[in-house]
Design a protein around this ligand. Structure first.
Ligand code: NAI
Length: 262
């Protein structure tokens, strides 16, 4: 059998690529000349992305990150297409479920846990061989500002994003042994399909709660690949907010009980 050709271009594997942050990142990395593997559970949205960015430097695969066999098959396919090269694994697929924890069904709770936490771990675990085989590679996950201080009415979502942050911190130490970097991004509010129009209408135009364009987060993904910070906050002021609520969590709790969002 002919030996597999190693891809000359940089390559990125994106989950949740068909919408919002993933989609903006796919577009941005195609423009940078990377080979972009776009994976998402939503086939219709993947088709629309393919129509937009084409097949020259991108390829597309239906993938439900909660399906372990499909995750393994996707990395197998990705590795064959890239000759085993994976520069950036962007573990980004995620869902939320809004409402009080007490009012949620067990099925709603587990759906969020399965996608954001178990699915994310599955993707990272399956990606390790390719990451190890690629010099300077980065495992980047999308956490959230909800990992800084749990958001009421997004309790399960917050818990899963805290898990993503904790996993990333541990992996940033473990993966260093084989030269792979691990980082996460912690966006505040981003104007994507996840943001309900009625919620968007209530948001301020300035401050920590302003809605950011998905393209700004895609730029941050690039910055992360080029940089060496562990946590990437957007907006940047969230870093100071993290320090404040970590040192005075009761104040943050009481503020929120009093009805302040932040
Ligand atoms: P989005 O809803 O526009 O995109 C999420 C994508 O993930 C969709 O294309 C969806 O089909 C895909 N997806 C959902 N379940 C999947 C599964 N089981 N397997 C594969 N793909 C699946 O939302 P957005 O905002 O772009 O979300 C991307 C990430 O950013 C998520 O992890 C989200 O939690 C996170 N995030 C979003 C924020 C926001 O305000 N929009 C703020 C902070 C973090």
């Amino acid at each position: 059998m002919a030996e597999q050709q190693r891809e000359q271009r940089h390559t990125i594997f994106i989950t949740g690529a068909a919408s919002g942050i993933g989609r903006a990142t796919a577009r941005a990395f195609v423009l940078r000349g990377w080979l972009v593997g776009c994976y998402d559970v939503n086939q219709g949205a993947l088709d629309a992305l393919q129509d937009e960015i084409g097949l020259t430097t991108a390829f597309f695969g239906p993938l439900d990150v909660t399906d372990r066999r499909a995750v393994l098959a996707s990395f197998e396919d990705f590795g064959q297409r890239t000759g085993g090269r994976l520069d950036l694994l962007f573990n980004n697929a995620g869902i939320d479920a809004k409402g009080p924890f007490a009012a949620m069904s067990w099925e709603q709770i587990m759906a969020v846990v399965n996608v954001n936490m178990i699915g994310g771990m599955s993707v990272i675990h399956a990606g390790i061989p390719l990451l190890k085989a690629t010099e300077g590679s980065l495992c980047l996950s999308t956490a959230s500002a909800s990992a800084i201080f749990g958001t009421a009415n997004l309790a399960v979502y917050s818990a899963t994003k805290d898990a993503v942050k904790g996993l990333t911190e541990a992996l940033s130490v473990e993966f260093a042994a084989f030269g792979v970097r691990a980082m996460d991004i912690l966006p505040g509010i981003v104007d994507t399909g996840m943001l309900a129009p009625e919620a968007k209408a209530l948001l301020p135009h300035e401050g920590l709660l302003r809605a950011l364009p998905a393209e700004a987060v895609a730029d941050l993904v690039w910055e992360a690949y080029e940089g060496d910070k562990l946590h990437w906050y957007i907006p940047e002021e969230l870093a100071a907010y993290d320090v404040r609520v970590t040192s005075r969590p009761e104040e943050a709790r009481d503020d929120r009980i009093a009805g302040h969002l932040i």
